[in-house]
Design a protein around this ligand. Structure first.
Ligand code: SF4
Length: 239
């Protein structure tokens, strides 16, 4: 039934009610079986509501924008707190993350948790942990440019929503993706740069990926230097 037809019918019913004395009801009070006013206005209100981590997570879990959707078990949106001291951004989910839908939960993730704990940080209280790509590339291959491009808006939204005080970028792939460079990670790490995310500028520190530290003991010392730098920056920005 069209809106005009509904209005005409409501006016007719009003007139009939007046004639039969059965009581007056405003035309606005008639409801038709195909009325979708309430649900459509809720949808519009929802669309107008501020963006949220929950909205991003739901969109990630149902996303099929790149070919990784076909091979993932679980998408991995990320987890942690709003307004974190640090947002850790890694490359992408591995087998453990794909199996659980949670970021950094395998051996490398456990090392990351220990590294963060060493400078008073944790995903439960003051960090947010995410990846540049939300679904696992098969056999842990590097994400491909079309995949990182398709996935970029999710991370951008997360940064805008949580507004981290600092970003710790874990590993070459994440650093290359976020900084649009091919500089070796050994030259990118060890110093803060300003990272522009929309209208906010965030101190950004690249370091080695925890899985690289598991493979190469020699990287642990420079990674520890990076963590100390990060701790210093957090304390500085607190004043
Ligand atoms: S990797 Fe990103 S863009 Fe590709 S399907 Fe997963 S969520 Fe979507």
């Amino acid at each position: 039934m069209t809106a005009d037809e509904k209005t005409s019918l409501a006016e007719f019913l009003d007139a009939a009610a007046a004639v039969t004395g059965s009581g007056y009801r405003s035309a606005r009070e008639y409801h038709f079986s195909d009325d979708v006013v309430n649900s459509s206005s809720e949808t519009a209100a929802d669309a107008d509501a501020p963006d949220s981590l929950e909205k991003v997570a739901a969109a990630v879990r149902s996303c099929t924008a790149c070919k990784l959707a076909a091979t993932r078990k679980n998408a991995v949106p990320g987890e942690g707190v709003l307004n974190p001291l640090v947002m850790v951004i890694g490359e992408g989910p591995g087998a453990d993350e794909d199996a659980t839908g949670r970021p950094f939960v395998g051996r490398a993730g456990q090392l990351l948790d220990k590294m963060l704990a060493a400078i008073g940080l944790s995903r439960e209280s003051n960090c947010f942990i995410a990846n540049v790509i939300k679904c696992r590339p098969p056999a842990n291959r590097d994400p491909q440019p079309d995949e990182t491009a398709a996935c970029a808006s999710f991370l951008e939204r997360q940064i805008q929503i949580i507004k981290p005080r600092c970003i710790l970028c874990a590993g070459r792939i994440a650093a290359h993706t976020l900084l649009n460079t091919t500089e070796p990670i050994g030259r990118l790490r060890g110093k803060f740069i300003d990272f522009q995310a929309g209208d906010i500028t965030i101190p950004f520190l690249a370091t080695y990926h925890p899985s690289a530290l598991l493979r190469n003991e020699d990287l642990k010392r420079p990674a520890w230097e990076d963590l100390k730098l990060l701790r210093g920056a957090i304390e500085e920005t607190a004043h």
